[in-house]
Design a protein. Structure first.
Length: 284
């Protein structure tokens, strides 16, 4: 969707959940000496100005990272993620928010391979400039869904794939499922991180169950599903209620890390009394 700009939503509650999971997974992958590859199919611009007109238009970061940035009671699993955001803001003030490529750049080692895809021409140019000096990195203005099959399996046979399209086109739901199935068929050990918006929409409500069915059949280590619900739909039933992350072949540490901080996130980010979380896992 070439009209979509993530800058409007940078640092919101969905980014908090997505980047908490991404941070913990990449930290886990970096514990072994052997290199790994990260493929980011919808990378965005890399980083975003919180003070810019896009982020300021809706101020969504105010209900997300801004509530964590100076918190004194952060649960341990959230600290590495918030520390990375602070590292991205060297003067100590929350002025910039790191997207997934920026978090990856801060976490990955020189030997780790980064493959990022972004179709929006402006965001692609920003991203290409930002990552221009990073070794073992390719930035492509190609479709991330169709390019994924060419990246698996990677030379080191250790791979993480992040898929977080905008879902502004309903066809994205089917493309996510197809890419997951094709990717697991090519390399069943791949750690897939799939973000999705929680909407009062059939495609959204059915996605997790459809992902489970694919993972049950094709994955090596099962799956983990986490969802954070922060608000209610409007009077017409519209609006993003929250978001979820579906992780295929999750690190064994991830479930307990999320369990330790999700109640705190509900308390901090919830916008109504019914705010809640879901955490479920299936191991093989």
């Amino acid at each position: 969707m070439l009209a979509y700009r993530h800058a409007f939503h940078a640092g919101n509650h969905a980014d908090v959940l997505k980047h908490l999971v991404l941070t913990q997974v990449l930290r886990y992958m970096g514990e072994k000496d052997k290199a790994y590859t990260l493929v980011d199919t919808h990378a965005g611009a890399g980083g975003y100005s919180i003070e810019g007109r896009y982020a300021q238009k809706k101020g969504e970061y105010g209900g997300g990272i801004a509530r964590l940035y100076d918190a004194k009671d952060l649960p341990e699993p959230l600290k590495p993620y918030v520390e990375l955001v602070k590292e991205f803001n060297p003067d100590g003030q929350l002025r910039q928010y790191p997207g997934s490529p920026a978090l990856a750049n801060l976490l990955m080692r020189e030997q780790d391979r980064l493959r990022v895809f972004e179709l929006h021409p402006t965001d692609f140019r920003i991203l290409e400039s930002y990552l221009s000096t990073r070794p073992n990195t390719q930035v492509s203005d190609k479709d991330g869904f169709s390019s994924l099959k060419g990246e698996l399996p990677p030379p080191s046979r250790r791979a993480v794939v992040l898929m977080d399209p905008s879902y502004e086109l309903k066809t994205d739901y089917g493309k996510v499922l197809a890419a997951l199935r094709e990717g697991l068929q090519k390399f069943p050990d791949t750690v897939f991180l799939i973000w999705y918006p929680q909407l009062a929409l059939l495609e959204s409500t059915q996605l997790a169950q459809r992902l489970k069915a694919s993972a049950d059949t094709l994955s090596k280590k099962g799956w983990l599903h986490v969802r954070l619900t922060v608000t209610q739909a409007d009077d017409k039933g519209f609006g993003m209620l929250g978001s979820g992350m579906f992780v295929v072949n999750p690190p064994y540490t991830l479930h307990d890390q999320l369990k330790d901080c999700l109640p705190w996130l509900v308390d901090k980010l919830g916008q109504y009394d019914g705010a809640n979380f879901l955490l479920e896992q299936q191991t093989v």
